[in-house]
Design a protein around this ligand. Structure first.
Ligand code: WQD
Length: 351
């Protein structure tokens, strides 16, 4: 049984804590009174996010934050950090996440995402830290047989190396608990995280052409892109475009704080869906974003994107019943906050 500890006495090591979901989670952890150690190699994030975090949480809470620029796969560096801070819990976000890129760079994706997880859990084990929350994805459900998706819905074959890394890391962490039941593993399956911090100080900062819908819509709204390419309007959905369960990144962040509180003093493996339970189509997103930014957003209909599923959305009753967590923001809130971030930071953190 892992020891039950109060937030003020809990050191949480956050890998990938400078990234989109990581940075929002760090804000909620600091606001919740936790001590936070971030390990991030800044390969897809900016150091400037830490100034923004400090502005949001204030000096007192920010004093509980330590940042190390290091690769999680750098065992000597990670060992030193564990020696120094003796983290009680780990939230593991660090990983490559571009689906298309993973198809052309499978070795890099497997080596980075799986390699860093193996290094991380080995160093955790050496230091007697056996509590981990892993950033998984609804991608493990593949093309669903029925909706909404519950945690009991079957895992399906992944359609790309990125998806396989999520799939396999879930298995690795489950096997770890089988071998040593003292491990305390929470697998959080995110649906589609969008939005930005309501302050307008933090948000998604994709490098190059965005792969995901909402960052692309946001860049079209600001005039950086000519039109949104809608990938297919012949799906079996109300308007023919793909349906997803979009979740505000702040709701996702509070989901991690809820998971930390829930796992406190437990051991086992538990899976939670983090979504809103509501499906929204591509055209509904474009419409909601047009309202948020105050002008029409041009779009063109294109062919389907290979590997895309028709629709997915979550049943989130398990997270509500066990952890007392529920998403609070709706699509209008998500688009408003994305637009607030995009319009005030047209070039992201480097702007
Ligand atoms: C959403 C909808 C597209 C872009 C992916 C990963 C998943 C997770 C989140 C990432 C679909 C349509 C998109 C565009 C479009 N992990 N679309 N034009 O594919 O549901 O999930 O991102 O880190 O694992 O698979 O998200 O935002 O790419 O697409 O029409 O330019 O928007 O076809 O219906 P997806 P998405």
């Amino acid at each position: 049984m892992s020891e039950k500890i109060a937030p003020a006495d809990t050191c949480v090591l956050v890998t990938g804590g400078a990234g989109f979901i990581g940075s929002h989670t760090v804000v909620e952890l600091l606001s919740g009174g936790y001590k936070v150690v971030v390990v991030d190699d800044l390969s897809n994030a900016s150091r400037k996010v830490f100034d923004r975090i400090k502005t949001i949480v204030g000096d007192d809470a920010a004093a509980n934050l330590t940042f190390y620029e290091a690769d999680v796969n750098d065992r000597p560096a990670l060992t030193k950090i564990f020696d120094e801070h003796h983290p009680d819990r780990v939230i593991h976000f660090a990983g490559f996440k571009a689906v298309g890129e993973s198809v052309s760079k499978p070795i890099e994706y497997y080596s980075n995402n799986i390699g860093n997880t193996l290094t991380l859990v080995d160093v955790m084990r050496e230091h007697g830290c056996k509590s981990i929350i892993f950033s998984s994805s609804a991608t493990v459900y593949g093309d669903p047989d029925s909706l909404p998706l519950t945690e009991e819905s079957p895992k399906k074959m992944a359609t790309n190396p990125y998806g396989w890394t999520k799939w396999m890391i879930e298995q690795i962490l489950t096997d770890l608990h089988t071998a040593d039941p003292e491990w305390n593993v929470v697998l959080l399956r995110y649906f589609n995280p969008i939005g930005a911090h309501p302050s307008g100080l933090m948000g998604e900062d994709p490098k190059g052409i965005p792969n995901n819908l909402v960052p692309y819509v946001a860049q079209t709204a600001i005039g950086k892109r000519d039109a949104v390419h809608v990938f297919g309007n012949d799906y079996d959905t109300p308007d023919g475009t793909g349906v997803r369960d979009y979740i505000h990144v702040v709701d996702l962040a509070t989901g991690h704080v809820a998971a930390l509180a829930w796992m406190n003093g437990r051991q086992g493996v538990e899976i939670f869906n983090l979504g809103t339970g509501t499906g929204t189509s591509v055209l509904q997103i474009i419409e909601a974003f047009s309202k948020a930014c105050g002008h029409e957003i041009p779009y063109v209909i294109e062919a389907r994107r290979p590997g895309d599923v028709t629709a997915n959305y979550a049943d989130c009753s398990k997270a509500r019943d066990l952890m007392g967590w529920e998403a609070k923001f709706n699509i209008e809130d998500m688009c408003r906050d994305s637009w607030n971030w995009q319009s005030h930071n047209p070039n992201g953190y480097e702007g």
